[in-house]
Design a protein around this ligand. Sequence first.
Ligand code: B3K
Ligand code: ZN
Length: 850
Amino acid sequence: MSELQAKYLIDYKQPDYTINHLSLDFQLNIPTTEVVAVSQVERKSKQATQLVLEGDELELVSVKINGQSATHQVKDKQLFIEAELDNFELEIITHLKPAENTALEGLYMSDGAYCTQCEAEGFRRITYYLDRPDVLAKFDVRVEADKAEFPFLLSNGNLTAKGDTENGRHFASWQDPFPKPSYLFALVAGDFDLLEDNFITRSGRDVKLQVFVDKGNLHKAHHAMESLKKSMKWDEERFDLEYDLDIYMIVAVDFFNMGAMENKGLNVFNTKYVLADKESATDDDYHGIESVIGHEYFHNWTGNRVTCRDWFQLSLKEGLTVFRDQEFSSDVGSRPVNRIQAIQVIRNHQFAEDAGPMAHPIRPESVIEMNNFYTVTVYNKGAEVIRMMHTLLGEQKFQAGMKLYFERHDGQAVTCDDFVAAMEDASGVDLKQFRQWYSQAGTPTVAVNESFENGSYQLTLTQSRPEIAGNNDLPMHIPFDVELLDAEGNSITSKVLNFTEHKQTFTFDGLEQKPVVSLLQDFSAPVKLEYQYEDEHLAHLMRYANSEVARWEASVSLFSKAVWDNVKALSEGKTMQLNSIVQDAFKGVILDENLDEELIAEVMSVPSISSLVEQVETVDLDALIIARRFVKDELAVGCEDEVVARYHASKGKDNASARALKNECLAWACVANEEYEALVETQYQSATNMTDSLGALKVSSDLNLSNRDSLMTHFENKWVDTPLVMDKWFTLQAIQDSEQVIDKIKALTTHKAFSFNNPNRVRSLIGSFAVGNVEHFHKADGSGYQYLTEILKKINTINPQVAARIITPLIQFSKFDQGRQQHIKACLQELMALPDLSKDLFEKVSRALA
Ligand code: B3K
Ligand code: ZN
């Protein structure tokens, strides 16, 4: 089978053999590392004669069964071994080249340290193995390396022995008592600073906590440690789940393809989600660290103790764990703000994925490269699906479902259906129709019609879904949260409607006047809403809706409507205008002393271009950019005095909410009037934390104020040796509104702080340009697309996973005009013609061209 061929969920078969125990012995050396893997194999299917193992980029040295050389053959990344035995010991010796591994999958070097990344299918780059999540083995690992260069030798589980060997080398042995799939294996060897602490679990177990960071960064590890302890406590309290080993280690590395990895007892993290101090990290960074530390920790139960049967079930662990980390952030921080941010991820990114060539259900049915399916659909829409079950069952029954899930499946590799069945059985709530959420791709639309007569208010909901291969035409079970308000803003009623038919009418009787309705409150289902709002209606909700999320929602709708009204005006050759209702509604929120400052900041951040694009079928991008800017500018000018007053009021306060509001106010003020550049300068120069200095710098850079160059240079000189901070600077450069931006980015790729081999650098400079600089990336002449294509050709061979991530904005083109689509297709064809196109890019490009 060619590796470019898709694999299908319906073809799942249990493995013929399984491995119950694996001993790994690593002789870490550059250029060649030797791995001796000894498996205890059990034949499950008595007719099987051949054991087939996966392997990639390996040099095979020897294969033995029960100590005797075994008959074997390597073909197309698979090792076929004659094995007509029920139980046997298999020894495989392989050689690897960690220093040449720029794909950062399997065993590789990050800044002088050895580390691993095995999910999804990276373990096969270490040894030939049954590299699939339904094969669970107990691992014993021995690691040997030079002692001076690599004083710390780490792997999963508990340390059982260590000592010196010959020639200045030493070893460590680790044993993980919990059977696990190969994707959870980890090894790290290097020299680090170590922060230690402990956590006493509810049952009294004393767990040693360790955070390993690059030398000189110890002072930046404290927030990560605090976040870990908070997560451990929260999981005991809210989910009744306790940690199960005596040690929990986190290692922060510079070179990492994603955020972090939940390897059993030994998490490996991108430095971005560990290192923080007030001078170098923003409030958002602090929040991101807390949430990712939580996420990886929560995987210990949802992912590790109960894992996935096959990779199509990825959302089993990811959707659920994202839901859990969102709940954690909401319980320890602001629930409405966290909810708003989660909704934004769906609207800004997931809807676009659902509307593009990579659309897939949260449980995909066919996959070429698994790494391409660690998506906002599987993760974030997956979390919304879990959240809907939580809404339908309520917290108590949901927790009963979790309990039953662990009772039934602890130590197993299971499916999404198993999870839903546990929820159903524990709660008595019928989820048969609800299961559709796992198999249907694309974003459903709910059209809303209303009528009011004789005190009776009727809401008629109609649902539909895009026609995507694999979708059926049965209705979905949509929990639809509504609130009715009276003219004075009092709540009349609020409830979750069970919307289960194609078209369904819900009646509310006994009303005195026509109510003002707040629809899909708290984004109770990941759907698009079709409803003709009036400006007055939205202004009413912005002011009175009971939930803060609903007030924010109304501001999004009101702003969006103003933008589309002006796009229409442009197309009709009319002058653009902004209704005073809109102006007053925003002013009202900005002045509201009772609203959380961070919430006001969220309202002021107004919908992005990408979320606006997702509201329509086709878009005149140039008109959209102009209209959005017009509305934003008009609002800023109209609210100048209020914004400046709030800026000064928040200035003295030392908390994240106040800083968020302050920075929004600064941006609005400078849009209204450049004379506030002096405020930018003062804030930058007197800042004592990164949120303030970056906030000021961003305003200066985004608006191209006259102090832009001097501040950018100052920032660069100050932080040139701090890579994570330079990422922020690279991003500001990449999203600047300048005709020369591409030339500037090209020049920056030779900056001493930049490297094509480091995913964080590539994402901050190239990724941000493609995602965040809509105006210049989508230039009608195609120059932005062409530049990204040049970069993709380069990264395709260095790191296919990173290349396949940053191509995203280039394949989501269906809503654009013919001219742009043609430029994009030409670029995609160029990529398709590459002789060494990785399967990661192949899958995305071929789907986009299909
Ligand atoms: N499970 C990992 C992601 C692995 C991605 C592989 N390409 C991190 C997480 O979701 O927690
Ligand atoms: Zn995860």
